[in-house]
Ligand binder design. Structure first.
Ligand SMILES: Cc1cc2nc3c(=O)[nH]c(=O)nc-3n(C[C@H](O)[C@H](O)[C@H](O)COP(=O)(O)OP(=O)(O)OC[C@H]3O[C@@H](n4cnc5c(N)ncnc54)[C@H](O)[C@@H]3O)c2cc1C
Length: 470
C-alpha cells in the first residue's frame, strides 16, 4: 500500500462533464477531488458581463432533457431557469435574404429553400426502402444518397455546422446522428422511423433553456456544492498506476501555485479534453494515444456584440439564423440572445452571438480578435441591415472548440472503451464520447459516476448509496 491513503476518486477537468460526475459522487457519499487547470469551473461554458450586456461566450442555451432538469432541481436552480419561446422563428440565409427555416413537414413542402425535385424526394422517402451501406457513411453522402445535394447544402450542412461546427463530408452519420442511421437500418426510411418513434401525445418535449444570470450559473452552482473538493488553478501534468499486494491506485502529478505535488486516488476519472487526456494518460497505458490522436477538434470563434435597438430597426427577433457555405460568408450562424432570454442587454439595446471558423474555415484563426470581429460584425450587419458597428463586442477563441465525430469515430470510441476497461479504476467522460451537447455530457457524467461508485464498492472503498439519476 502507498504511505498515504488515496482519495477514493479524483476527477481531472472541471468542465460540465467533470463537475457533474464529481457532484454525483459527492452525493453518493464518496469523497472526491476535482482538479481544474483554469481559475474557474465550467470549461467552455462562459458568461461575461461587459458594458451592461450579459454575453455568452460559449454555449448559448441547453436542451431541457430530464437528467438536466433533475440536476437543476437538485441544485435549487429551478427559479433561475429561463425557457426560450419554442416558436421563436429560425432562419436560413438564402441568396442574401433570411428565409424561415422549415422545421416541420408542411413547411418543408412550401419553403422556397428547396426545389420541386428535393421536395419530391422528401415526400416519397417514406415509400422507398433503403439499406445503409456496410461502411461508415458521412452525413453528406447519406443526405445526397437519400435526398440530393440541395437539401444537404441549404438545410443539413448549416444545421450540422450549428451543432458540430463540422464538415458534413467528414462527419460520420452513425456517430453524430445515430438515430437517423438507426431509422434507416430498422425501417428502411428516416421519415417512417421518425414517425414510429414519435413520443406519445402529451409527453413534454425538451426545449431550449438558460438561466437568469447566464449559462455559467450551472457550473458555478456545481462548484459551490463541491466546495473545497474543487481545486482550481491545479494542472494535472501526468499520472501513473501502481499496484502492490493486490491493491492498486493512481498517482496524479499536479502543479498548483507553482508547486508540484502528487495526489493518490483509487479511481481516476478523466474529464479533460482529448489532447490533455492523451498526454496525462501516456504513462498509465500506451493504448490511449492512437485512438485519442484520431479525434479531431474544430476551432470555433464566438463574437458577442451589443447594439442599440435603433441600429437594428426591428431585426433580430426570434432565435437567429444559419448560413449555408454556398453563401460564401465566414459567419456560420448567429443567435439573437436578447430576443431569446431577458436580462441579456440594457434597455433599448440588443445582443447577438455569432459563430465562425469551424472545420470548414480554420484559416479564420490566423486573424486577430479585432479582425475577426470586423469581418463577422460586418457580415451580420449587412444581412440584418444594421446601421453602424456594434457599441461593444467581445471575441472568444476556442482553437480546439468541438470534437468532431468524423468517419471511424464509433470505432475510435470502442477502442478507448476497451483501453479504459483494461485498467481497473480508470474512467473516461467528456464531450467526445456520446454527444457534444451539455445535456449529453451530463447524461454521460451521470453514467460515469455510477460506474465509479460500483467499482469503488467492488474494491471495498467508500461504497455508499447509489448515484442519483444514473
Ligand atoms: C463555442 C461553443 C458553443 C457551444 N454551444 C453549445 C450550445 O449552445 N448548447 C450545448 O448544449 N452545447 C454547446 N456546446 C458544447 C458544450 O458546451 C461542450 O461540449 C461541453 O460544455 C464540454 O464540457 P466538458 O466538460 O466535456 O469539456 P470542457 O468544457 O472542455 O472542460 C474540460 C476542462 O478540463 C480542464 N483541463 C484541461 N486540461 C487539464 C489539465 N491538464 N489539468 C486539469 N484540468 C484540465 C479545462 O480547463 C476545462 O475546464 C458548445 C461548445 C462550444 C465550444
Amino acid at each position: 500500500m502507498p504511505a498515504l491513503t488515496p482519495f477514493p476518486a479524483i476527477v481531472i477537468g472541471g468542465g460540465i462533464s467533470g463537475l457533474v460526475c464529481a457532484y454525483r459522487l459527492q452525493q453518493a457519499g464518496i469523497p472526491v477531488r476535482v482538479l481544474e487547470a483554469s481559475d474557474r469551473p465550467g470549461g467552455v461554458i462562459a458568461t461575461e458581463e461587459q458594458d451592461g450586456f450579459r454575453f455568452e461566450l460559449g454555449p448559448q442555451s441547453f436542451l431541457s432533457t430530464e437528467p438536466l432538469l433533475e440536476l437543476i432541481e437538485a441544485l435549487g436552480l429551478k427559479n433561475e431557469l429561463l425557457h426560450a419561446d419554442p416558436g421563436a422563428p429560425r432562419y436560413i440565409l438564402f441568396r442574401g435574404k433570411l428565409v424561415p427555416a422549415p422545421l416541420a413537414p408542411p413547411s418543408l413542402l412550401t419553403t422556397p429553400l428547396l426545389g420541386a425535385r428535393t421536395k419530391w424526394h422528401l415526400v416519397t422517402e417514406m415509400f422507398r426502402r433503403t439499406t445503409p451501406p456496410p461502411n461508415d457513411e458521412s452525413i453528406a453522402a447519406f443526405v445526397r444518397r437519400k435526398f440530393g445535394d440541395e437539401l444537404l447544402d441549404r438545410l443539413v450542412a448549416p444545421f450540422v455546422s450549428g451543432v458540430y461546427a463540422g464538415d458534413p463530408e467528414k462527419l460520420s452519420l452513425r456517430a453524430s446522428f445515430p438515430k437517423l442511421h438507426e431509422f434507416e437500418t430498422k425501417y428502411g426510411s428516416v421519415l417512417r422511423g421518425a414517425m414510429k418513434s414519435r413520443p406519445a401525445k402529451g409527453t413534454p418535449r425538451p426545449g431550449l433553456c438558460s438561466f437568469r444570470e447566464g449559462m455559467e450559473t450551472l457550473p458555478r452552482a456545481l462548484g459551490a456544492r463541491l466546495g473545497d473538493a474543487l481545486l482550481t488553478e491545479t494542472t494535472v501534468t501526468g499520472a501513473r498506476r501502481d499496484t502492490s499486494n493486490g491493491n492498486s491506485w493512481f498517482e496524479v502529478d499536479v502543479t498548483r501555485n507553482g508547486h508540484r505535488e502528487t495526489l493518490l486516488a483509487s479511481a481516476l476519472i478523466m474529464a479533460a479534453p482529448v489532447q490533455a487526456a492523451s498526454e496525462i494518460l501516456k504513462d498509465v497505458s500506451d493504448k490511449f494515444a492512437t485512438p485519442f490522436a484520431r479525434i479531431e477538434y474544430a476551432p470555433v470563434a464566438v463574437v458577442a456584440a451589443g447594439y442599440r435597438l435603433d441600429q437594428l430597426r426591428n431585426a433580430g427577433n426570434g432565435f437567429g439564423f444559419l448560413v449555408p457555405r454556398s453563401e460564401r460568408l465566414r459567419v456560420l450562424g448567429t443567435v439573437w440572445n436578447s430576443s431569446l432570454f431577458p436580462g441579456r442587454a440594457p434597455e433599448n439595446m440588443a445582443c447577438f452571438a455569432s459563430f465562425a471558423g469551424g472545420a470548414t474555415d480554420p484559416e479564420l484563426f490566423s486573424k486577430s480578435d479585432d479582425e475577426i470581429a470586423e469581418i463577422i460584425c460586418g457580415e451580420v450587419g449587412r444581412i440584418l441591415r444594421i446601421t453602424g458597428p456594434p457599441v461593444t463586442y467581445l471575441v472568444k477563441r476556442y482553437p480546439r472548440g468541438l470534437p468532431q465525430y468524423n468517419l471511424g469515430h464509433s470505432e475510435t470510441i470502442s477502442a478507448l472503451a476497451v483501453a479504459a476497461s483494461s485498467i481497473p479504476g480508470l474512467f473516461l467522460t467528456g464531450n467526445y464520447l456520446s454527444g457534444p451537447s451539455i445535456s449529453s455530457c451530463i447524461e454521460q457524467a451521470n453514467q460515469t459516476a455510477e460506474a465509479v461508485r460500483v467499482y469503488l464498492a467492488s474494491i471495498g472503498v467508500a461504497g455508499v448509496g447509489a448515484v442519483a439519476h444514473a
